[in-house]
Design a protein around this ligand. Structure first.
Ligand code: GLY
Length: 352
């Protein structure tokens, strides 16, 4: 097992290992002061793992209830959030008690936001069941729900008390869900690790899961410890995300996040090559890795629509938006652009 300790506004451990789910009760008991939890999950994950999670928690002395909502991005909304809060109140969950998020990014973000706000904050354990949640969304304390106007527009920075990632759960993911997570893994290589790019060129993420998960979480730890509240370097973690959010929103969230990130990364990297920010080799490597991991390269959206969608990006400050732009092999930098320049960037990114 690998233990990665994160020191942000809260200190907590990310535990990564094969078979760790069996230890959920004991590990939660070490991290939490109360013995009362509500496990939150969705209709995809609950049939697979909820009973086992409840049994492990009860076996360790927890009184455990559960709340399950319909799977999908559409559930990451105000209505599900309020229903969950009402459930917690009905169950008389107190400030000393905790939530356990059992699922992928939607479950983690929604549960994390409920934990951040219910009674002004209760403890939270993240148990990611997708690669995407394991390497990115469960770590670092970004919690949110969506608004009709855009993704993650309401949220809080709220660190969990424990992240427990069992890589065995990731091995049985449907291939497309697994490859969505690979987009975030490739992102970490592109934004800051030549070593990770080399390793992925050698063997796909699925063949080196524990290395990949630990490497990405260590990189995220370094970024979050330096910029927890996303005012600087943390924005690098949004490589590819500015246009990805346009692609997701325009599809009504039919395009999954990871696939949109793949297209968004290809777009920004192509634009970076065109504008002389980065050598063409970076684009060749990115395209090879996306293809190797079953991810798409191209969006059929036009430059104007991509730019329009990017205007609701949370990183926009007035008339300026900060893009994360690849500038070398395993290296990216932040580049503020006026919003009027976004169409030009998107056009350059759409080039073949
Ligand atoms: N997923 C981007 C971040 O945590 O900052």
């Amino acid at each position: 097992m690998k233990r990665i300790s994160i020191s942000a506004s809260k200190k907590y451990d990310v535990l990564i290992g094969r078979g760790l789910f069996e230890e959920l009760g004991a590990r939660a008991a070490e991290a939490l002061r109360s013995r009362r939890v509500v496990v939150v999950s969705d209709s995809n994950v609950a049939p697979l793992y909820l009973e086992r999670a409840l049994a492990r928690l009860r076996g360790a002395g927890f009184a455990a209830d559960s709340y399950v909502f319909p799977a999908g991005e559409a559930s990451k909304c105000g209505q599900t959030y309020l229903s969950l809060l009402n459930f917690l109140a009905e169950k008389q969950l107190t400030r000393a008690d905790a939530l356990v998020a059992l699922g992928g990014g939607v479950v983690g973000d929604l549960t994390g936001f409920a934990a951040a706000t219910y009674l002004r904050g209760v403890a939270c354990v993240q148990v990611p069941t997708t690669l995407l949640a394991c390497v990115d969304s469960s770590v670092g304390g970004k919690t949110a729900i969506d608004l009709p106007a855009g993704k993650n527009l309401v949220g809080a920075f709220y660190q969990p008390d424990l992240v427990l990632c069992d890589t065995q759960l990731l091995e049985s993911l449907p291939p497309q869900v697994f490859s969505d997570g690979c987009a975030e893994v490739i992102k970490y290589g592109m934004l800051g690790s030549a070593e990770l790019l080399d390793r992925l060129l050698g063997a796909p993420a699925g063949e080196q899961l524990e290395y990949v998960a630990a490497k990405c979480v260590e990189m995220k730890r370094d970024v979050v410890e330096g910029d927890e509240f996303d005012t600087g370097r943390r924005q690098l973690l949004n490589l590819g995300h500015t246009f990805a959010h346009s692609i997701e929103a325009a599809s009504g969230y039919a395009v999954p996040h990871g696939r949109a990130v793949a297209m968004g990364m290809r777009l920004i990297t192509r634009a970076a090559v065109e504008k002389g920010f980065c050598p063409p080799k970076c684009l060749e490597v990115l395209e090879a890795l996306l293809e190797k991991h079953g991810l798409p390269l191209h969006t059929d959206m036009d430059a104007e629509s991509l730019a329009r969608g990017a205007l609701s990006d949370k990183k926009r400050a007035g008339g300026t938006l900060t893009l994360a732009v690849p500038c070398g092999y395993g290296e990216s930098r932040l580049h503020p652009v006026p919003v009027e320049a976004l169409t030009d960037w998107a056009r350059a990114g759409l080039m073949p």
